[in-house]
Design a protein around this ligand. Structure first.
Ligand code: ADP
Length: 393
């Protein structure tokens, strides 16, 4: 029988298959081990191990055959074996991370892919262990850099919070200062005006024309100063106008504003039109003041040679409404489009156009209170468009 040619052929074929399997087994990049499952449900002794397993852990093939997986797991991780074995028995497969320890004591983090299968009626556990040292290093570095980043963000946030508090305090101080200063400045100013008037009355007969003119200039200057102080007071009070924001029908606010401006509108035959306007979350009084400042400017800075037209519209954008007030007035040169929003900045003398240069500063402060932006586009001689946005809350 032993020399049976068919049997010899089969044995040779089997050897060839076995050699192929070994080659694959030994050339795998991961450690592959086979263990017989013990009666206690834990993987028992190794029945096979590939080349990389031997090289990685430093035990000989024969030493492996006398060891169980517990012998290659770092002592502090051995308590995890039972849990992993239960999962393996339950599902027939289990994937977990653990730490292997080499014969010389080096720790190697691995990801183990375990599968159960039956061979000749015996339960066998197949374990493929991938060395994840590099991955763990990268994870650790990532974690560290994330922690550093978080720390930096925390530091920056607290720095920013401090700056915000400082800014808030200095803003409040500034507003208080403007408020107190405007009150206190008015008293001596009133004194100057009344004594100048007294001078004019008492010494009427002794004063020549020049003296009268000088007194007039002085009184006029005092009046202008009084107006500016008044405006400063108004500017400093914008913030105290803010109450809880409520729903505001901007079309209704515009109608009320136009009613307030009826006299100058009629006097100048202004044609004021508007598109349908939205409801926003804001404050009636502040919005009315904003419309009033912009529309009264359109009336004040009208062109002499055209009939005055003002158009108000609003369009909905992603997170906000963008309103516009467009006129066909004298326009503003592009160099001045930004400075006009600065307090007391004017492009004209008081003789040309009366005013103190506070209207747009107040308009800007109101828009900022709403959390929006304000800007202007214009062509000199053609007209201006003032835009402002209000967040769509
Ligand atoms: P005031 O009108 O008192 O000067 P504002 O702050 O309202 O103060 O305006 C600042 C400047 O911006 C004005 O002096 C004027 O030159 C310019 N301006 C504002 N609105 C208009 C407008 N609609 N058309 C042309 N110029 C304007």
């Amino acid at each position: 029988m032993k020399n049976d040619p068919i049997r010899r052929l089969l044995e040779a074929e089997l050897k060839e298959v076995e050699a192929k399997y070994r080659k694959v087994f030994n050339n795998a990049n991961d450690m592959i081990g086979l263990n017989l499952m013990g009666e206690n449900g834990l993987p028992g002794k190794f029945i096979d191990i590939n080349k990389i397993g031997i090289e990685r852990l430093g035990y000989s093939y024969d030493e492996f055959l006398d060891m169980t997986p517990a012998d290659i797991i770092a002592p502090d991780k051995r308590s995890e074996i039972a849990g992993n074995a239960i999962e393996l028995s339950k599902k027939g497969h289990a994937t977990f991370e653990i730490i292997h320890q080499t014969k010389s004591g080096k720790r190697i983090p691995v990801e183990v892919n375990n599968h159960l299968f039956e061979l000749d009626g015996k339960k066998i556990a197949l374990a493929i262990s991938r060395d994840i040292t590099e991955r763990k290093k990268a994870e650790k570095a990532l974690k560290k850099s994330n922690e550093n980043l978080e720390l930096k963000v925390k530091e920056r946030t607290s720095e920013l919070e401090e700056v915000i508090i400082e800014l808030k305090n200095s803003n409040e101080e500034l507003e208080q200062f403007a408020h107190v200063a405007s009150h206190d400045l008015r008293e001596p100013l009133r004194m100057i005006t009344s004594f100048l008037q007294l001078l004019e009355k008492r010494y009427k007969d002794q004063l020549d024309d020049d003296a009268y003119e000088f007194i007039e200039f002085a009184v006029d200057g005092a009046k202008r100063l009084d107006n500016m102080i008044n405006d400063l007071l108004e500017y400093s009070q914008v913030k105290s106008m803010v109450r809880e924001f409520v729903q505001v029908d901007t079309e209704k606010v515009l109608d009320d504003t136009l009613l307030n401006l009826k006299v100058p509108i009629d006097e100048n035959n202004a044609i004021i039109t508007h598109d349908p306007l939205p409801k926003i979350i804001g404050d009636n009084e502040m919005l009315m003041q904003l419309f009033q400042n912009l529309i009264s400017n359109s009336i004040k800075y009208r062109s002499d040679n055209k009939s005055l037209k003002v158009h108000i519209s609003a369009r909905e954008e992603e997170n906000q409404y963008c309103f516009s007030v467009k006129d066909n007035g004298i326009g503003i040169s592009s160099d001045h489009l930004e400075c006009i929003f600065t307090i007391f900045q004017r492009l004209h003398t008081n003789e040309e156009y009366k005013g103190t240069g506070i209207g747009l500063a107040i308009a800007q402060k109101i828009v900022h209170q709403f959390g929006g932006q304000i800007w202007a586009e214009s062509e000199k001689g053609e007209g201006s468009i003032f835009y402002f946005t209000i967040p769509n809350r």
